[in-house]
Design a protein around this ligand. Structure first.
Ligand SMILES: Nc1ncnc2c1ncn2[C@@H]1O[C@H](COP(=O)(O)OP(=O)(O)OP(=O)(O)O)[C@@H](O)[C@H]1O
Ligand SMILES: O=c1ccn([C@@H]2O[C@H](COP(=O)(O)O)[C@@H](O)[C@H]2O)c(=O)[nH]1
Length: 238
């Protein structure tokens, strides 16, 4: 059985996961492995848009931003996602994939601006679109950007690829007794304050009836399993 479960998906890649075992930045072997996973599903004919986080470089709420004006720190965070997007697109190019980076912040000498009809055209042409600079607004996150762009492009699902293999009753990195949900409703995830994604992203996806699959980007083959509709990770649903 080689038919994917989805025609168009929005993949949210964790910026932090890009570090691999390094303390910060982009680990070469890690980005190449992520791109190999992406190539596998692109070859299945799935239309793919990607939002990548910036936690490996800068986060507006990180200790390094303490004392800074929050909006300024957040713009730095958004620029960090532009760097990750460029690195990702370049790694995809080296792997023989065609990618286009579109930024929510005007930075035309570096990447083209986000224009929705153009993004839709690229997707229809089979190009992989990387949405950089989050939503373009401070006080948001790239999880919310994934929910927003996923809704705008008519994705059937948001695939949140992260360092843990699903949504747990508590942060599994802090609570070894936490157990994983096979599926959970948006309302329950929000009510329980589960921190795997921010509540704004959950609420937007809930209102747009856009399901989310949370799964491990570290686990080999997990992205393909998710795209094939296998029981992998946690489904967050209406
Ligand atoms: N209830 C929970 N279930 C699963 N993970 C949780 C939960 N609560 C907190 N987490 C944490 O949420 C993190 C989400 O990781 P991820 O790196 O994707 O976050 P992010 O902020 O989107 O990253 P980035 O900003 O770098 O893209 C996991 O690493 C996990 O430790
Ligand atoms: O829409 C957005 C998206 C991101 N930011 C800032 O960037 C960093 C990095 O994004 P992560 O989602 O944490 O990876 C984030 O902490 C914000 O500071 C933003 O302001 N608006």
């Amino acid at each position: 059985m080689t038919t994917p479960a989805y025609k168009r998906v929005l993949l949210k890649l964790s910026g932090e996961a890009l570090m691999g075992d390094d303390a910060y930045g982009i680990n070469r072997a890690t980005i190449e492995r992520m791109v190999a996973d992406v190539a596998e599903i692109s070859k299945l004919g799935v239309e793919l848009a990607i939002v990548i986080g910036g936690g490996n470089i800068f986060r507006g709420v990180a200790p390094g931003a303490q004392g800074m004006d929050r909006a300024t720190a957040d713009y730095m965070g958004m620029l960090a996602t532009v760097m990750n997007s460029l690195a990702l697109a370049d790694a995809m190019r080296q792997a023989g994939l065609t990618a286009r980076v579109m930024s929510a912040i005007g930075i035309e000498q570096v990447v083209e601006p986000y224009v929705r009809p153009k993004a839709l055209q690229y997707l229809e042409e089979g190009k992989i679109v990387v949405f950089a600079a989050g939503t373009g607004n401070p006080f948001f996150t790239t999880d919310t950007a994934a929910a927003l762009r996923g809704s705008e492009i008519g994705a059937q699902i948001v695939l949140k690829a992260t360092k843990v293999d699903g949504v747990y009753t508590a942060d599994p990195k802090k609570d070894p007794a936490a157990t994983r949900y096979q599926s959970i409703s948006f309302d329950e995830a929000i009510a329980k304050h589960l921190q795997v994604m921010d509540a704004t992203a959950f609420a937007l996806c809930r209102d747009q009836k856009l399901p989310i699959k949370v799964f491990s980007i570290v686990k080999p083959g997990a992205l393909k399993s998710v795209v094939m509709g296998d029981d992998e990770g946690t489904l967050v649903h209406v």
